[in-house]
Design a binder for this molecule. Structure first.
Ligand code: SF4
Ligand code: SF4
Length: 113
């Protein structure tokens, strides 16, 4: 089990979750953050600090968003970033690429003044 970040984090990136994670397992991409499925200790602390409610326990992810379980995992694979299991997001900094599904997500229209 692990916690998972879903679509409402994309282009939000408030980062409150990063500051409160006791094991530093929330990694940054250009448009969103990703939770490392093997490094997350399932404490649930990050859920309450996320303004757009983007963090879910994997077993509880709404049906239409379950593909984000694979997205969080695949972000660390050789096919995306090749990060593997660095055991700490602060030591690697922000990745240069997002998962392709996130990268292809349409941006919200900017507000007219
Ligand atoms: S607190 Fe929520 S919206 Fe902010 S970076 Fe974390 S997951 Fe994304
Ligand atoms: S559930 Fe806990 S360990 Fe997992 S990402 Fe959230 S704060 Fe970090």
């Amino acid at each position: 089990m692990a916690y998972v970040i879903v679509d409402t984090c994309i282009d939000c990136k408030d980062a409150s979750c990063v500051a409160c994670c006791p094991v530093d397992c929330i990694y940054e991409g250009p448009r969103t953050f990703y939770i490392h499925p093997d490094e997350c200790i399932d404490c649930g602390i990050c859920v309450s600090v996320c303004p757009p409610e983007a963090i879910w326990e994997d077993a509880e992810v709404p049906k239409h968003l379950t593909h984000f379980i694979a997205i969080n995992k695949e972000f660390f694979s050789d096919a995306v970033t090749g990060l593997g299991s660095p055991a700490g997001a602060s030591s690697v900094g922000a990745a240069l690429r997002d998962h392709p599904v996130v990268a292809a997500t349409a941006r919200a229209p900017t507000r007219q003044a």
